[in-house]
Ligand binder design. Sequence first.
Ligand code: PNS
Length: 166
Amino acid sequence: MDKVAVYPGSFDPITNGHLDLLDRGLKIFDKIIVAIAKNPAKQPVFSFEERLRMIEESLRDHPLNDRLKVDAFQGLLVDYVGRVNARAILRGLRAISDFEYEFQMALMNRKLSNEIETLYLMTGMRWIYISSRIIKEVVMSGGCVSGLVPEPVEKMLAERLGPSIS
Ligand code: PNS
């Protein structure tokens, strides 16, 4: 039986840190579903369709593309994980600052479903300081994020958030 994990997140937008985690996850799981959360409480910069397109374009040339799927979910993560017959949630950990939120989320998900385990992998050192939030902040202030996000994302970030030249 295939070992399937769900890698959930806002991915607003996907970064090279996320891609690094996918590569690490693929060493353990046969298949990973990148699941974009449609959270009505959050105001993402990119629409769900844009995030989906950015992830698909970023994964298009991935050598293990056939083991990756991009999807979206609304409502409880554990319900979605159950619907796709997975047993594991994959998340990345950067620094200590991530821990409290992730610990709370993992324990809440365990309370909601005892059948599903959350697996944390350490982000590669190269990406330890980046997040979707800081990437957007840098672009908004006219900074360069080349090499920190996939190329299609860099382009869309510049179009959406880059300072306009007038
Ligand atoms: O990239 P993010 O914003 O840190 O991802 C957070 C996400 C989407 C994984 C989390 O908010 C989530 O699972 N939302 C779905 C609602 C849910 O199941 N909440 C209970 C667990 S805290």
